[in-house]
Design a protein. Structure first.
Length: 190
């Protein structure tokens, strides 16, 4: 996936129900899911592969301090408009240029599967966490053949973290439609 591809996708990215979270039910479902799994606000969150900043907006509205990172300048431009109070940077999620041991949460949605070396990325992401910090991944294995299964992702995360929990997410409310593929939330709380 190239930077140019994601720059082109930016204009229509939020039209997908799970990207823009414009439907109140979908937005509420994501809000409830994340608030259940994250430490309380004002925890500091690194939103890696933040896209147009939709999850950054949702978390900022709840009192979290969020730094967003995406390698698409156009996505970051849109995120800065959507969430002017957050900090955003253009950068590579596989090797984020963020300060180590700074974040209570490293959050990533549908990014790990697309990275050239997911294992190396996870190690770098864990380095961003304060002691006791949480790694929160939303991933999937899509009917198109792309993505990572929960078993694959868990294997990768366990190379850097001992504790891992998987929560399947088949409910249509998260995606704006019925799905036939595997989607899940993976938490590594410490």
């Amino acid at each position: 996936m190239t930077q140019e591809l994601w720059d082109r996708e930016a204009a229509s990215f939020d039209s997908e129900p799970d990207h823009g979270l414009t439907d109140p039910r979908t937005r509420a479902a994501w809000r409830d899911l994340l608030l259940e799994e994250l430490p309380g606000a004002p925890a500091r969150v690194a939103d890696l592969g933040c896209g147009t900043g939709t999850l950054t907006r949702l978390l900022t509205d709840e009192g979290y301090i969020v730094d967003g990172l995406d390698f698409s300048p156009e996505m970051i431009s849109r995120a800065r408009v959507k969430v002017p109070e957050a900090r955003f940077a253009v950068g590579d999620a596989s090797s984020p240029a963020l300060q180590a041991a700074t974040y209570d949460v490293v959050l990533s949605r549908h990014v790990l599967w697309a990275l050239p070396d997911p294992l190396a990325s996870i190690i770098k992401w864990v380095d961003l966490l304060k002691p006791g910090g949480r790694l929160v991944l939303i991933e999937g294995r899509w009917s198109t053949g792309g993505g990572l299964t929960a078993v694959q992702t868990e294997r990768i995360v366990r190379t850097a973290r001992a504790e891992v929990a998987v929560r399947p997410m088949p409910e249509a409310v998260y995606w704006g439609k019925e799905i036939q593929d595997e989607r899940y939330l993976m938490i590594s709380p410490s």
